[in-house]
Design a protein around this ligand. Structure first.
Ligand code: C2E
Ligand code: MG
Ligand code: MG
Length: 565
């Protein structure tokens, strides 16, 4: 039994040992298992973590890939953008280049324009300055001669007077007028006239000192201001010098022209204390020089003013006489020198004053021409002569041909021809009984229109006489071309016939008239010697005191009736 118990015990123990071992082993196994489980768990966890990590990594990789893709995309985009930028830059560069080329071109063009504009502006400024200077010059100078004009003279005269007053000095003013300039202008034309004025201006300037002023007042009138004279005698010396210089022939357009001067002088302060009075008085003295026969000088004297006043009063008298019909016509017979028969008459105007005394035309015709009254006066004369002639013819008096003087101003008036027609029409006078006397200078003016007018008058049947022939500058070729009927030898040749030269002129005019188929009438025959000479030269007709003075209409009718019973 012990053994059994022991055995049992041993068995138990063994069993216990076994169980414990088993337990231990189980425990150990469990622990191991637990450890294993835990390890498995851990490993699973780890695997899970790894998986997660992997998943994360995959995600990351995926994200990275995405990012990479994105980055690549971005890169691409950036590249694209860069390309775009590069393109743009290129374009910009190109544009810039084009722009800069364009700009350069524009700049160049603008520059050029600027330069041109600047030059233009400069030129314009210069031109404007020049124009202003020129205008100022023109305003103060005469366009034809370049001399100071009336306005500049007036300035200088006033300054000179102020200076002379301050220093107690004298100065002289000379008013100059070319003698018979109108004749030259009318007969040789305005171009020759203009050149003569220029030539005269040069000579005047050459005669005076630098400090003196030569100015042109207009027409053929000049004024010379001698700014310093000691005595009146100095001005007289200067005037003599001017007369002498001017008298030398002027060679113009193939002509040798002789022209003289009439000079009036006024001295400051003796003859005027202000510029207006100085000029006016020198002008008055100049008229005096004209009346004294021209080609001389006259110093102003107070009594000359009376003449100027008289001139004005003549103008007033003419106006009144026209209104109140105070003019009368006298008739001077024209005579056939061979037979002594009256061939007609010249109508000569007179002004009949209240006391019935007559004023001759030399007193007023030139004044009437100056103030334009010659037009109405001439019209009256023509109408009255035609009326009277028609009346004589109607009364059975064979008056022949009545000559009427026509001044150049009337003849060249645009209404002249119409006026002649109307008067002939109104008075019923046959045009064959009318002859118009025009002076040489009147005829030679505006030769082309004159030609037309002469032909028109010729067509009307009116005759034309050249009055005072030999005193003007007739162009002989025009004499041949103009339809003219009569030459009237100026009475100055007949008057001075004793001198051989004048006889030669008369003979030449008569011969020329004949060869041109013109009637020749000698004027101013007073003496039997003159008549005899003219007869030997076969002058066809004559007029003069030897036959009759100009007489009133009724006396002329008596003359005619006496001659033609
Ligand atoms: P004219 O046409 O040459 O007239 C001749 C002038 O000589 C007239 O002077 C006449 O009276 C004058 N006369 C005639 N025979 C002699 C003579 O034998 N000896 C002298 N010494 N003289 C003589 P009048 O009437 O004084 O006329 C002078 C000038 O006035 C005229 O010269 C003419 O140019 C102009 N005239 C006269 N009447 C008119 C007119 O109605 N109209 C125009 N525009 N001028 C006229
Ligand atoms: Mg006459
Ligand atoms: Mg005459």
């Amino acid at each position: 039994m012990i053994n059994r118990v022991n055995e049992r015990r041993r068995g138990a123990r063994d069993r216990r040992l076994e169980a414990s071992a088993a337990h231990t082993a189980a425990t150990q196994t469990l622990a191991a298992r637990e450890t294993e489980v835990r390890a498995g768990e851990h490993a699973a966890d780890q695997r899970e973590g790894v998986a997660d990590q992997r998943e994360g990594a995959a995600d990351q990789r995926e994200g990275a890939a995405d990012q990479r893709e994105e980055t690549a995309n971005l890169r691409q985009e950036a590249a694209d953008l860069r390309e775009e930028v590069a393109d743009l830059r290129e374009e910009a560069a190109k544009a810039e280049e084009a722009l800069s080329l364009l700009n350069a071109a524009h700049m160049r063009e603008a520059n050029e324009r600027l330069i041109v504009a600047t030059i233009h502006a400069q030129t314009m400024t210069e031109a404007a300055e020049q124009a202003t200077a020129q205008m100022a010059y023109v305003a103060k100078h005469d366009f034809l001669t370049g001399l100071p004009n009336r306005s500049l003279l007036s300035d200088r005269l006033e300054q000179a007077i102020a200076l002379a007053r301050r220093h107690g000095k004298r100065l002289a003013l000379m008013y100059l007028d070319l003698d018979h300039f109108k004749h030259i202008n009318d007969s040789l034309g305005h171009a020759v006239g203009d050149e003569l004025l220029q030539s005269a201006a040069k000579r005047l300037q050459a005669c005076v000192r630098h400090s003196d002023t030569v100015s042109r007042q207009g027409g053929d009138e000049f004024v010379v201001l001698l700014s310093e004279v000691e005595a009146a005698q100095d001005a007289a010396h200067s005037a003599e010098k001017l007369l002498k210089t001017m008298a030398e022939p002027h060679l113009i357009g193939g002509h040798r022209l002789h022209v003289t001067l009439s000079i009036g002088i006024s001295i400051y302060p003796d003859d005027g204390k202000d510029s207006d009075t100085m000029v006016r008085n020198a002008d008055t003295a100049m008229y005096h020089a004209k009346n004294k026969g021209r080609n001389n000088y006259q110093r102003f004297t107070p009594d000359m003013n009376a003449r100027a006043v008289a001139r004005q009063s003549v103008e007033m008298a003419l106006r009144r006489a026209l209104e109140q019909r105070e003019f009368v016509l006298h008739y001077q017979p024209k005579v056939n020198l061979e037979t002594g028969a009256i061939t007609g008459a010249e109508a000569l105007v007179r002004l009949q004053q209240a006391d019935r005394s007559l004023v001759g035309p030399t007193e007023f015709v030139s004044i009437a021409e100056d103030c334009g009254l010659i037009l109405p006066l001439g019209k009256w004369v023509l109408r009255e002569a035609c009326r009277q002639t028609a009346a004589w013819l109607q009364a059975g008096l064979d008056v022949g041909q009545i000559a009427v003087n026509i001044s150049a101003q009337e003849f060249h008036n645009k209404d002249f021809l119409a006026g002649v027609r109307a008067i002939l029409n109104d008075t019923g006078l046959d045009p064959r009984h009318l002859e118009l006397e025009v002076t040489e200078s009147g005829l030679m003016q505006d030769t082309e229109p004159t030609m037309g007018l002469l032909h028109a008058l010729n067509d009307l049947g009116v005759q034309i006489a050249v009055d005072d022939f030999g005193t003007g500058y007739s162009s002989l070729s025009y004499l041949r071309r103009f339809p003219i009927d009569t030459l009237k030898i100026d009475q100055s040749f007949v008057k001075d016939m004793d001198g051989n030269a004048d006889e030669a002129i008369i003979s030449a005019i008569i011969a020329m008239g004949k060869s041109l188929n013109l009637r020749v009438v000698a004027e101013g025959i007073e003496t039997p010697q003159q008549l005899a000479f003219l007869k030997t030269q076969h002058c066809a007709e004559g007029q003069g005191y030897i036959f009759s003075q100009p007489v009133a209409a009724k006396d002329f009718a008596v003359l005619l009736a006496g001659e033609r019973p």
